[in-house]
Design a protein around this ligand. Structure first.
Ligand code: SAH
Length: 402
C-alpha cells in the first residue's frame, strides 16, 4: 500500500463509493503519512490511498497538484500498485479486445487502453500492427511507464515489437518540458502501414495528431461505405482521410477531402494512394467554414462533418454549441434533397441530448426537413465506464435531407 493517505471532507465519499474515478481538489482536506501520521503535501504523480473522513478506504490513485482533478483513482480495491497490478490491468484490457473480436486479419488498428473505460484514468494506448503508441495524460501514468511497458510485453508477447511513447503533448505544460517522446522498445521495424477493415493506412505517430490516427471512427467509417457507391462525397475535417478512403474503396464517384492542416493533406494523399480506386479524389487545405461558403456544396450526395472538440471544458459549452450549430446550419442549407449528412461531436461536455438539440436548431435555421437514419457512438474498443459518464465522448447523427 502507498504510505500516503488522503482524506476527503464529509460527504465527498459518495462519488468514489459510486466508482466515479475522479477526486476534485475541493474534496480533499489533507494528506497524512500512514507510517508516522504526519501531514504532508503529495508530489505530482504520487500514488495515494483515499479515505473518507470516517476513515473508510475508498480507493487508490495518482495525485496531481494544480489540476482540478487532484486524484485519478486506479483501483477501488485495497491492493498494492506493483508490477502485478499493471500486468493484471493490461492483460484484462488485451483479453477484452479479444472478447470483442476487434483484432482480425483485416484490422490491426485498435485501442488497447481507453483510460477510464479500462479503469486506467490518464492512459491511452493505441495499437498499429506490431506497434503500441502510449499517451499519458497524467503524471502518475507517465511515472508508471516502465511498469506499463513490461505489462504490455507480458500480455502481448511477440505480437508487440515496438512501443512509442508520446506524452509531451498530453502532460501539463510545465512538467512536459522535461519529457521527451521516443521509442521504449524497438525489437523490429514498426508497422508503418496498418489495416482497418482491409483498408491500408500509413500511421504517423511521431509527428501526427494524437497517437497518429483517429481509431474511434472505425465503425462510422464502415457505415459510410454503405452509402458511398457512385456518390459525390465531401469529407471535411478529414485529417488522414479515414472517411475518404472508405468512400473511395466503396466506389464513390468523387471524394473531396478538406482540412486546415497542410500536413493532414499529405497524409490523406498518401492514404488514398495506398488504396487504389477508380473514383476521383481531390484534397483541399482549407478552413471548413470558408470551403462551405465559397463552394457549391449542392454537388455532394454525402457530407461528413467531423470537427475537433469545440468544447474541451464545461465552461466553454455554450460557445461550442454555437459552433456546432453554425457549422451544421451552413452545411444543411446547401444540401440537396436526398443527400446524407454524417455529423459528429467528440466533445466530452456535449452529451447526446444536447448534440441532438443543437442539430435540430441547425436544421430549423437552415429551413430543411431531415430524418435521423442512425445515431452513432464510439466503438467497443473505446468502452464507456458506466460510472463515468465523461468517457462517452463521441456522438454522431446520420441525417437524410428531405
Ligand atoms: N475525421 C478525421 C478526424 C478529424 S480530427 C478522421 O477520421 O481521421 C479533426 C481535424 O480537423 C484535424 O485534422 C484538424 O487539423 C482539422 N481542423 C481543425 N479546425 C479546422 C477547420 N476550421 N477547418 C478544417 N479543418 C480543421
Amino acid at each position: 500500500m502507498s504510505d500516503l493517505k488522503t482524506i476527503l471532507s464529509s460527504g465527498k465519499e459518495a462519488s468514489p463509493q459510486r466508482f466515479h474515478p475522479w477526486i476534485f481538489s475541493g474534496a480533499i482536506t489533507k494528506t497524512r503519512r500512514h507510517s508516522d501520521n504526519k501531514e504532508v503535501e503529495p508530489e505530482d504523480g504520487d500514488v495515494v490511498t483515499v479515505y473518507s473522513n470516517k476513515d473508510e478506504y475508498l480507493g487508490t490513485g495518482h495525485y496531481q497538484n494544480n489540476s482540478s482533478i487532484a486524484i485519478r483513482i486506479i483501483t477501488f480495491e485495497e491492493e498494492k500498485i506493483d508490477q502485478n497490478f499493471w500486468n493484471k490491468r493490461i492483460q484484462n484490457a488485451y483479453d477484452y479486445r479479444k472478447l470483442i473480436n476487434v483484432i482480425t486479419p483485416e484490422t490491426n488498428i485498435y485501442r488497447l487502453v481507453h483510460a477510464e473505460g479500462d479503469r486506467l484514468p490518464g492512459l491511452i494506448i493505441d495499437v498499429y500492427g506490431n506497434t503500441a503508441v502510449i499517451q499519458a495524460h497524467s503524471i502518475g501514468m507517465y511515472l508508471a511507464l516502465e511498469n506499463i511497458k513490461v505489462a504490455l510485453k507480458n500480455a502481448m508477447g511477440d505480437a508487440l515489437q515496438v512501443i512509442f511513447h508520446k506524452s509531451k503533448e498530453t502532460l501539463p505544460k510545465d512538467y512536459a518540458q522535461k519529457v521527451e517522446n521516443g521509442y521504449l522498445l524497438k525489437e523490429a521495424e514498426p508497422t508503418k502501414t496498418a489495416l482497418e477493415y482491409g483498408n491500408s493506412f500509413n500511421i504517423s505517430w511521431e509527428d501526427g495528431q494524437k497517437t497518429g490516427f483517429f481509431v474511434d471512427q472505425r465503425e462510422n467509417r464502415n457505415l459510410l461505405a454503405k452509402y458511398s457507391k457512385g456518390k459525390n462525397v465531401l469529407n471535411t475535417f478529414c485529417y488522414s482521410g479515414g472517411f475518404s478512403v472508405y468512400a473511395l474503396k466503396a466506389g464513390a464517384n468523387l471524394v473531396h477531402s478538406v482540412d486546415s492542416s497542410a500536413k493532414a493533406m499529405d497524409l490523406v494523399n498518401t492514404n488514398v494512394a495506398l488504396n487504389p480506386c477508380e473514383g476521383k479524389h481531390e484534397s483541399f487545405t482549407a478552413d471548413t467554414f470558408d470551403f462551405l461558403e465559397k463552394n457549391d456544396c449542392s454537388i455532394y450526395d454525402v457530407v461528413i462533418l467531423d470537427p475537433p472538440a469545440f468544447a474541451k471544458h464545461h465552461n466553454v459549452k455554450h460557445n461550442a454549441v454555437q459552433g456546432y450549430k453554425r457549422l451544421n446550419m451552413t452545411t444543411l442549407k446547401q444540401m440537396k434533397s436526398g443527400s446524407i449528412l454524417f455529423t459528429f461531436s467528440c466533445s466530452q461536455a456535449i452529451d447526446m441530448p444536447l448534440f441532438y438539440g443543437t442539430i435540430l436548431s441547425a436544421a430549423i435555421l437552415a429551413g430543411k426537413k431531415v430524418r435521423v437514419m442512425h445515431q452513432l457512438s464510439q466503438p467497443a474498443d473505446h468502452p464507456i465506464n458506466l460510472f463515468h459518464q465523461e468517457s462517452s465522448y463521441l456522438k454522431g447523427l446520420v441525417l437524410e435531407v428531405e
